[in-house]
Structure formats: structure tokens, C-alpha cells
Design a protein around this ligand. Structure first.
Ligand SMILES: [Fe+2]
Length: 298
């Protein structure tokens, strides 16, 4: 019998991989070869039925239809399956004592407004006042003057400004700060609240039928950059927030959790323009020199 290389259950992946043309880009070939192999193994492993296949196609179709200019349901799907966090983790393995990274999230949608050190980013009322302080350093401990500290966060109800146009002031709870001569930054804000990811689409249904909640623990987003250093995209998590052990997108890293202690100091509160008592948090950020990262082949 002639071996025509026809499709069989046993050789299914091999036959499809063999169909890739000789001129296929080598990296694309590597990715597709692995993808086809794993997909075929998956179908065989679970013995996928035709109705399950149809249901999967229908789910992915609805996921696509749920996407628009301000909503990316496929990224959300990647997030809740832990794929976004895995891609982030393997591409930004922490070296030395550099601050660990975590997901960017979908709400860094606008350029953060430049603000002076000490300014408040809370442009409306509500929430517990909080003084945020920190220092940006290189991995050898050198303070990094002139580093950019870009921050954004949800309000005390768990919403970002872009989710509540007309309710929150534009650019509420966002700020772009520049560190002083000692690499220090400080600004005023409020303690953010935990919040649910958008759960009224296919991804929300997936969470519901698998007994998962849609919430992320309370956090402040940071992107910190300095010349000659690798930027860090990360979160500062509020110790004690609900969902710290069950972030729906798996973004929590132990090293990023900080206490937000209460300070009862009427005079200091007056200086800051806060009601007394107020909360504080300190978050130092360590950046890796670009050369170090390149030398490590990362
Ligand atoms: Fe967030």
C-alpha cells in the first residue's frame, strides 16, 4: 500500500504539521508546530464530542463579538485562564532584587497627567485619604533621581475614571510623578477598593459556571521608568483586602503586598489637607540596569 501521508487519528498532528510550507517563518513554524501538537493532544485527551466542539466555537465567536474599542474580551479570557500572567512572568523573570512585575490591566487607557510631588490624585470626595511614599533605586541601591512614576487606581467604590464618565472627574486617580534628587516620590490619594472585572459577557459566564468570583484585590498600578534601566509595570496591593488570595487574573505576588497603616496625627493630617486619622503606605521600587538584563539574556 502506498503511504500517501493521509490523515489518521494516530498521525493527525504530524500530518497537519507536515502541511506547513517550506518558506514558513521559522519562529511561526515553531509556534504553530507546538500549537497543533498540543491542540490535537487536547482533543484526544478529553475525547472532544462534536457538540462540545460546536459549543467551543460558539463561545469563541461570542468572545470576539463582545470586543469593541473599550473592551477586549479575548484579553479577559487570557487573564482568567492565567495565560496573561504566565506570559508576563516568563518575559520578566525578576533578577537580583528588582521589583516584580505584574499585569498592566485594561485601564491605563489615557496618558497620565503630570503632577508635582505631594499633589493629590483624588479629584473628588470619598474614600479614606492616604499618603503614598516611596523611593526608586537601581539594583545596586543608587537612588534614581528624575525617574518617572506613573500611577492609576480605582476609587473607593472600585471604579476607574474611564468606567464612570460624567460621574468621576476626568483623569481622577491618575498621576505622572518625577522622583526628586534622592529618587523619592510622594503623593496623596485614597485607599482603592477591590473590583470585579467586566463579567457580563462570555468570560463572566465561564467564571459563573465554574464557581469563580470575578474580583481583583485592591491595588494601585505603577509603571516606573528611568534612563538606562528596565521599566517596571506592577501593582501595589493593599494588605488585608478581600480577594488577595484569589485574584481572578492571578496577578498577586507576595513581594507587592504592603500594609496601609492608619496614622492618628491631627497636625500632620492638617498639613496634608486630610481628615484625621488617615492611611499611609510606603512602596520602594528597584529597577534593573538594562545592561544587567541583557547580559542575563532576558
Ligand atoms: Fe486595576
Amino acid at each position: 500500500m502506498t503511504d500517501r501521508g493521509l490523515f489518521t487519528e494516530g498521525r493527525s498532528a504530524e500530518v497537519v504539521i507536515d502541511s506547513l510550507g517550506a518558506d514558513t517563518d521559522p519562529r511561526l513554524r515553531q509556534i504553530l508546530t507546538s500549537l497543533i501538537q498540543h491542540l490535537h493532544d487536547f482533543v484526544k485527551d478529553v475525547q472532544l464530542t462534536e457538540s462540545e466542539w460546536e459549543k467551543g466555537i460558539e463561545f469563541l465567536t461570542r468572545t470576539g463579538h463582545t470586543c469593541n474599542d473599550v473592551r477586549q474580551e479575548f484579553i479577559l479570557l487570557s487573564d482568567v485562564l492565567g495565560v496573561s500572567m504566565l506570559v508576563e512572568t516568563i518575559n520578566h523573570r525578576a533578577l537580583d532584587h528588582a521589583t516584580e512585575q505584574t499585569v498592566l490591566g485594561p485601564f491605563h487607557m489615557v496618558d497620565s497627567p503630570p503632577r508635582e510631588l505631594g499633589d493629590t490624585i483624588a479629584l473628588d470626595d470619598g474614600g479614606e485619604p492616604c499618603l503614598v511614599t516611596g523611593q526608586v533605586r537601581s539594583a545596586d541601591g543608587t537612588p534614581l533621581a528624575g525617574a518617572s512614576v506613573d500611577v492609576w487606581q480605582a476609587n473607593a467604590e472600585g471604579f476607574y475614571d474611564v468606567q464612570q464618565p460624567g460621574i468621576q472627574p476626568e483623569l481622577n486617580l491618575r498621576g505622572l510623578f518625577t522622583t526628586d534628587d534622592e529618587g523619592k516620590f510622594w503623593f496623596r490619594s485614597i485607599v482603592p477598593r477591590y473590583y470585579p472585572i467586566p463579567d457580563d459577557g462570555p468570560v463572566g459566564e465561564l467564571l459563573a459556571i465554574t464557581g469563580r468570583h470575578p474580583n481583583r484585590p485592591a491595588h494601585v498600578h505603577f509603571i516606573v521608568t528611568a534612563p538606562g534601566h528596565e521599566p517596571v509595570t506592577t501593582h501595589l496591593f493593599v494588605d488585608g483586602t478581600p480577594y488577595i488570595d484569589s485574584d481572578v487574573v492571578f496577578g498577586v505576588k507576595e513581594s507587592l503586598i504592603r500594609e496601609f497603616p492608619v496614622v492618628d496625627d491631627p497636625e500632620r493630617a492638617r498639613e496634608l489637607g486630610f481628615d484625621n486619622p488617615f492611611r499611609t503606605v510606603h512602596f520602594d521600587v528597584t529597577l534593573l540596569e538594562s545592561e544587567v538584563r541583557e547580559a542575563a539574556g532576558l
